[in-house]
Design a protein around this ligand. Sequence first.
Ligand code: ADP
Ligand code: MG
Length: 647
Amino acid sequence: MASEAVKVVVRCRPMSQREKALGCKAVVSMESARGQCFLQNPAAAGEPPKQFTFDGAYFQEHNTEQIYNEIAYPLVEGVTEGYNGTIFAYGQTGSGKSFTMQGIVDPSTQKGIIPRAFEHIFESVQCAENAKFLVRASYLEIYNEDIRDLLGADTKQKLELKEHPEKGVYVKGLSLHTVQSVGQCERIMETGWRNRAVGYTLMNKDSSRSHSIFTVNMEIYTVDERGQDHLRAAKLNLVDLAGSERQSKTGATGERLKEATKINLSLSALGNVISALVDGRSKHIPYRDSKLTRLLQDSLGGNTKTLMVACLSPADNNYDESLSTLRYANRAKNIKNKPCINEDPKDALLREYQEEIKKLKAILAEQMSTNNLSGRRALTGCRDVLRCASSSQYSHSDFSELQLLVSSSPQAPAAPWPVPDADDVRRGSAGAEVAIAAEGISLPADQQQVLARLQMLERQVVGGEQAKNKDLKEKRKRRKKYADERRMQLVAALQQSDEDTSDWVLLNVYDSIQEEVRAKSKLLEKMQEKLRAAETEIKDLQSEFELEKIDYLGTIRRLERDLLLFQQLLDQVQSLVRRDCNYSNLEKIKRESVWDEENGCWRIPEPVVQRTRLPAVPVLPQPQPARSSPAAQSGDRTVMLPFSPCS
Ligand code: ADP
Ligand code: MG
């Protein structure tokens, strides 16, 4: 299986009003044609700027449309073919992550990657020939290591992560919404976005600390030239990450800091996963360390095409954060994924529907070949099957075939609606549906239900509506080509700049000694500059490491203090616990507690009170029971009682 590196681009936003008012200077510059980004250390003006090369470098004058067409387009196109895709925005708060993912409406060139992906997906779906799609969307948020459904009935409810041997990691109970148009997708995105905002105002929390993941799930049903059908499934994750800034810099205190620590945990877990993947020596990739990394597991080192947009502020007062973002991005580009088409998904809804369709066809065939009475029974059976499939969708061709069967059944009035022609059947005739509604034909109740259900299903499955639109297809071809050409240009430009390399200088045949000396001195100068840059980089990394250490030590001290508080509270409370309660022996309880990796919590024993001696019961002369236990005879009994607080 061919591997493919994670694609990484950088985007630097314009200077904000606030930064201008503060008199900030720009420290970021770019050489977009070569995908290069330069960062000047404001504290060391003499130093050469740090240089990074990416799959794209976008500066203030660039817009999201360019980013999408040049780099995101092929990835999303892949999703419509059955590859998984993930696009995530990384960067400090205020660097333009949401601007890039969500975007703004005016100017339209700055519409975000998420709504652009919707348009793109539906354009592909509509142009597809011999293919049908089931498109479903979900939108979740991770805040403080809790997952919430931004489109759920209760957005406050915390959802659990589960692992399935075939499906992989998934969020239990996350709502999936069938979408048939760009408009529906946009409405869903807005609803989720609003729910996020409402949550923050109500709970006094901070949006910059949460990660949000918008996912488009696709099931693709295609028929090849030989008439063989295929099922594929793909997922597009659109991720707006929490702000990457160092927590000690944000000045968070108290409850806020506690939250920040946890969120930092999720982001540093992401960093650790990236490091482990790039390192090559690590056998263990710590995906399980956070909810975010578990959910994105497949996007980093797995079966997914991944794009990271690293967002920067141009201002000198953000130098440290910008450098950290660029380093993070630089590491990420070395991750290798192994994307492949997801054929034959085990849990595809479309497949379930096909099986049902088969059953329905069998029922209807039976109905056609028997009398009215059994036909009626068959239709009732057919309705039951449909009812079971409470959220079913069918491919159009199957649907139309089914319609034909129903229409030609002895139960139906003669020619109840125009029978679609062969072409219509192949494409999934929308015309037949209109005709049924328009003519208001009265059919037996069972049959009407079946038809209503089928019509509803037909509306849910999409694909091929613009299959004959040549202009649109041409436009799509051009867009695909554009991204390819752009990639080649980038590679060519980089090669060009490498021509001045040492090999070339050293092996070249010179006309005169002077010329050779000049060329080699220039090379030496270049090498010395590189050496200086590398030395500065080492120093930088050391001081950054120091800062990080201070951060971690701060966190450890804070956690130790928290721990001490709980220990002291426990010491106080323990003397109040009755002796016959199992919690009076804390050491034993500790030994019996087990860490639950799946749910990220301890499983601790239930509190029980163990009464060993009951008050003496006066011995009354009573007939001896035939058989009794020695304990009952001695009056010394052990009774397990549920725990009740001590008085
Ligand atoms: P983040 O999501 O990273 O915290 P935002 O996307 O909210 O940051 O951006 C912060 C501010 O900067 C917003 O007011 C946004 O409109 C503006 N901004 C970000 N990127 C750009 C850009 N490329 N062009 C113009 N304005 C931008
Ligand atoms: Mg944001």
